[in-house]
Design a protein around this ligand. Structure first.
Ligand code: ADP
Length: 319
């Protein structure tokens, strides 16, 4: 089972020819639907085949009702803390090339409490993987990661968004970190004292990337997602069957991306689902599954709504 601890937002999405600049007024196609990294990842984990619970905070409003009905429709076990603040919202612009700009109103997500996480002890105890992001308060995220470890589950942290802080304490509590390029650059600046531009990460020498990862999170596996360039994986000594630390690159699948919003969420949810399956498939096989899943999610518009089902994956990639 996968337990996702994180955010739910009502997304408002405008598709425009170009992203708006300061002072500019554009018109675009509008759509609304569910989002939030937590919910997106929970939907991805569920549709990728895992029994999934989603722990979040919701307002007593239409957004909260939307979360409840959508979780039910996807068969997600929703554990929601009720907040007096409005359900989270996000304003998203997507341009003709699938690039995006996003503004988030955290609302109820900012209220998710350590106490509520503790109260979900029984749910967390049944997890094989606990997956969290940083759109929730740091105390709640830390409590979730610690509960994972305490229950023998894999503590998987997607350190997103990039402007959120990862404390040394939190870093030490996770088994797997999955930053994208921007988030990885932010982590390197904060914890390793290296200034590398996010756009330059994919072109870095792999041995150098590995050294950065080992210094950043000595005990954790790090999966740096690189958009259309796939991802880079770095394991500490002892994580794989051998005793040596290891690194490798997994290329992205060739697809016709129309909207990469939520590609990282698709990747994380699918990786969690694959890890939760157990068995003795190597880590790289699970990352490849997540890579295919994420690629397919970029061929459709939207975030949670665009998450493929396992059958779509089988149809497309034959696995
Ligand atoms: P985020 O959405 O957090 O910025 P990335 O852009 O790194 O995350 O995407 C996560 C994963 O999704 C990548 O590692 C890759 O496997 C897949 N992906 C993203 N963009 C594309 C694309 N244009 N084509 C194929 N796969 C993609």
């Amino acid at each position: 089972k996968v337990v996702v601890v994180g955010s739910f937002n009502v997304d408002h999405v405008w598709t425009t020819p170009a992203l708006p600049r300061a002072g500019e007024t554009l018109s675009g196609e509008y759509a609304t639907g569910p989002g939030g990294k937590g919910f997106n990842q929970a939907v991805a984990a569920r549709r990728a085949g895992a029994d999934t619970a989603f722990v979040c905070a919701l307002g007593d409003d239409l957004g909260g009702q939307l979360a409840r009905s959508l979780a039910a429709a996807d068969g997600i076990d929703l554990r929601d803390q009720r907040s007096v603040r409005p359900t989270g919202t996000a304003g998203i612009y997507v341009d003709g090339e699938g690039r995006n700009s996003i503004v988030i109103g955290a609302g109820a997500n900012a209220e998710l409490s350590e106490d509520f996480i503790q109260a979900q002890r029984d749910t967390l105890a049944t997890a094989a993987v606990v997956l969290a992001q940083l759109e929730s308060p740091p105390d709640a995220v830390l409590a979730a990661m610690r509960a994972a470890r305490a229950g023998g589950a894999v503590a998987l942290l997607n350190p997103a968004p990039a402007n959120a802080t990862v404390t040394a304490e939190l870093k030490a509590a996770v088994d797997i970190l999955t930053p994208n390029e921007t988030e990885f650059a932010a982590l390197l600046a904060r914890h390793v004292g290296e200034r590398v531009d996010g756009d330059a990460i994919a072109a870095l020498d792999q041995a150098r990337l590995h050294a950065f990862c080992r210094e950043l999170a000595p005990e954790a596996s790090v999966v740096v997602t690189l958009g259309a360039s796939g991802c880079f994986v770095s394991h500490p000594a002892g994580a794989l069957r051998g005793d040596e630390s290891a690194y490798y690159r997994i290329p992205a699948e060739q697809v016709r991306a129309v909207d990469t919003t939520g590609a990282g969420d698709a990747f994380n949810g699918a990786l969690a689902a694959s890890l939760a399956e157990g068995g003795d498939a190597p880590f790289a096989t699970r990352v490849r599954f997540a890579t295919r899943y994420a690629a397919l999610s970029t061929e459709r518009h939207g975030a949670a709504a665009a998450m493929p089902r396992r059958s779509d994956l089988a149809e497309r990639f034959g696995a």
